[in-house]
Write a protein that binds this ligand. Structure first.
Ligand code: PBE
Length: 299
């Protein structure tokens, strides 16, 4: 009896020990499995420049999706892509404010998080804007700007070269030289000018660095003296509205730059889309398999 008890006791102890060990590993695994996406990235969304349409929209996202535990750090496009590269190279989780066309989608396997509340909006377009009066003052440039349209792949070719270390103007020159028939669609029948000065204004996002360097070369080839003015998003729109700058191929509509467009309504000339099917949103590496929607950030 005593012996049996002893054995039973031992058995129970052994069972308990094994049970505890099993229990220990299970809860450790569970802890890892239960780690929220917020825990995994320190409740941080890596943002870009504060005045950008993307950051304005991201503030609305934080409110609408009730993400009060989260913070969006502001920096700029270069710091955002540097953080993305660091995380991606180490297969670590990261969430950034991203947009396409952008070389990061050509270099990394990334995905947009679904936005069921449509705060970032759906697909949008990049438009060409001119100051009021440009049509009368510089009809040749106006015609070229008005006809200008291209595809995300075109912009991507320039962006990826810049990212590889080629000077922006040089990268744009390569695209211009390789695509005479596309440029001819915008310039055919337009009379060259003799050194007339024109200022294109943009904010130095990678996508707009590519497009404005390209348009600078096209206008220079038509005889213009082109100044590229790189500013913050606010001054981009105010300079067009005041007539301080002549044109821009940077405005994203109808969502990204909604605030600025409404602010200066009627004070500039919208020449229509130069690219369609562009998108902004929260972007993560594809290896973050369990995170597919902004809603997933809540738990
Ligand atoms: N972007 C790129 C800009 C427009 C183009 C999405 C960073 C923005 O957020 O204002």
């Amino acid at each position: 009896m005593t012996l049996l008890k002893k054995f039973t006791g031992l058995g129970a102890a052994a069972f308990l020990a094994v049970g505890l060990a099993a229990c220990g590993s299970t809860s450790a695994e569970q802890e890892k499995g239960d780690q929220t996406v917020g825990d995994s990235v320190g409740y941080e969304i890596v943002g870009i420049d504060p005045g950008s349409g993307h950051m304005q929209a991201t503030e609305r996202v934080m409110t609408e999706y009730d993400l009060s535990d989260w913070k969006v750090t502001s920096s700029n496009g270069a710091a955002m892509t540097a953080a993305l590269k660091r995380a991606y190279d180490n297969k670590e989780p990261i969430i950034v404010t991203g947009w396409n066309p952008h070389w990061k989608f050509l270099t990394y396997d990334l995905k947009f998080l679904d936005d069921p509340k449509q705060i970032y909006g759906d697909e949008e377009q990049i438009h060409t804007y001119a100051r009021l009066g440009l049509k009368e003052d510089m009809p040749e440039a106006y015609t070229i700007l008005d006809r200008f349209h291209w595809e995300a792949e075109d912009m991507g070719e320039i962006m990826i070269e810049i990212e590889d270390g080629v000077e922006p103007e040089e990268a744009a020159r390569h695209w211009v030289e390789a695509n005479p028939e596309k440029i001819a669609e915008w310039t055919d029948g337009v009379d060259p000018v003799d050194g007339d000065e024109i200022t294109l204004v943009f904010a130095p996002w990678d996508s707009e660095l590519a497009s404005h360097n390209m348009m600078k070369l096209v206008l220079e080839d038509m005889g213009y003296t082109v100044t590229l003015s790189s500013v913050e998003p606010g001054p981009l729109f105010s300079s067009l509205a005041s007539g301080g700058a002549d044109a821009s191929v940077a405005p994203w509509l109808p969502y990204t730059h909604k605030v600025y467009v409404e602010k200066y309504e009627g004070q500039f000339d919208d020449l229509g889309p130069n690219m369609t099917g562009v998108r902004q949103g929260l972007v993560v590496p594809a290896y973050m398999e369990d995170v597919n929607s902004i809603e997933d950030l809540k738990s």
